[in-house]
Design a protein around this ligand. Structure first.
Ligand SMILES: Cc1cc2nc3c(=O)[nH]c(=O)nc-3n(C[C@H](O)[C@H](O)[C@H](O)COP(=O)(O)OP(=O)(O)OC[C@H]3O[C@@H](n4cnc5c(N)ncnc54)[C@H](O)[C@@H]3O)c2cc1C
Length: 346
């Protein structure tokens, strides 16, 4: 291989010849385990959460699920392995018609908060990166413009952002100020509760995807002459994952209802985000165990879900900081700064 330059992450040289070993053909390596590029059917709605949704919310959920399963699932593992974003898929994401979420007018969809949250979970079920892309673009960038922008700024930016012909990013944290947001040198004028609700729904989606994958895998793969699903220990893990998902869904749904009725407090939003990301950590960790060695391959989703959950545990306020926001609300005592430095702001 000396003298030949490798041009990209796919291992190809300039003359098109492959470098090193060919990529693993999963259908040959694991003929009895379907990879996540053919996404598993949804099996996690055990308490019939769909019944809590309006027909409009159910139909957008179904539409988003269909499109991301078809368009994103087949490509996500390869892009994740390359640490690249599939920019060519942005028009497909635009076709979901969800950018702008709850914003009314300016070409935005004007969804209910629940519909917006459910679509976030449906995207995260298949690919957390795409859901984060839409979340930042929609619930941070667009909502900030809709809440704080001038009429001219709304007219100028929102329509193309809703079409995803313009892509937004949002900067709050600075190198020296992460959790300590109150010390930021750039002043953030409004805290956007809506984005915390959306982030609380991402762990739900990630967990649903991991569960669906494990549910199919355990029935397909055999050891000791029987499907993995026949082992009692595996069933207990699968059921624990399912139980966590039901509790996360109900927390997420209730959060939306509190927001809609104007009763949601910062503590409510923070508890939802903290609780769901903590529950989801257990779900993906159990899923990773259930898949054995394939639990560390992106192709079977769970390893990817495991890693994708970690930034969510930390962004939009870490688990700790969100717990302290709720802690302050229920005790009346702020504990962000060590007592010795805080001059007792009780
Ligand atoms: C993938 C990813 C995407 C991101 N996207 C964005 C974005 O689009 N825009 C943006 O502005 N930011 C973004 N962030 C930044 C994110 O919001 C910060 O990482 C987060 O707020 C934590 O800040 P930090 O990383 O500086 O950690 P630190 O604040 O340094 O915290 C380190 C640890 O100390 C703990 N800790 C800190 N203070 C306290 C305290 N008072 N009490 C108890 N424990 C404490 C934390 O919980 C954490 O465990 C992103 C981060 C990630 C990982």
């Amino acid at each position: 291989m000396v003298g030949k330059r490798v041009t990209g992450g796919d291992g190809r040289e300039e003359d098109g010849a492959k470098v090193g070993l060919p990529s693993l053909d999963l259908s040959l390596a694991f003929p009895k385990a379907t990879p996540a590029s053919i996404f598993p059917p949804s099996a996690s709605d055990y308490y019939q959460f769909d019944d809590l949704l309006t027909s409009e919310e159910r139909s957008i959920r179904k539409k988003v699920r269909g499109i991301v399963e078809k368009e994103i699932a087949p490509i996500m593992a390869a892009y994740w392995e390359k640490a690249e974003f599939p920019f060519h898929a942005i028009p497909k994401l635009a076709s979901l018609g969800v950018a702008g979420g709850t914003i009314k007018g300016y070409g935005c969809p004007g969804l209910s908060i629940t519909a917006s949250a459910v679509t976030m979970a449906e995207m995260a079920r298949v690919d957390a990166s795409c859901s984060t892309f839409i979340l930042v673009h929609s619930s941070l960038v667009m909502v900030t413009i809709a809440l704080c922008g001038s009429e001219a700024q709304k007219q100028k930016y929102l329509p193309s952002l809703a079409q995803l012909t313009t892509v937004g990013c949002w900067a709050l944290t600075e190198p020296n100020y992460g959790s300590d947001a109150s010390s930021l040198r750039t002043t953030a004028t409004k805290v956007l509760a809506i984005s915390r609700i959306m982030v609380a729904w991402q762990p739900i989606g990630i967990s649903m995807g991991a569960f669906d994958m494990c549910h199919r895998y355990l029935k397909e793969r055999k050891q000791f002459g029987v499907p993995l699903a026949a082992f009692q220990l595996n069933q207990e893990k699968l059921v624990r994952m399912l139980g966590n998902i039901q509790s996360m869904l109900l927390v997420g749904w209730r959060l939306c209802k509190l927001y809609e009725s104007g009763k949601m407090t910062p503590g409510h939003a923070s508890l939802g985000k903290a609780w769901n990301s903590r529950m989801a950590r257990e779900v993906v960790s159990l899923g990773r165990e259930l898949l054995g060695g394939n639990g560390i391959l992106a192709d079977f989703l769970v390893a990817k879900a495991f890693c994708d959950l970690e930034p969510i545990y930390s962004y939009e306020g870490t688990y700790d900081i969100n717990s302290l926001v709720t802690g302050r609300e229920i005790t009346g005592i702020a504990s962000f700064k060590p007592a010795a430095l805080a001059k007792a702001r009780l």
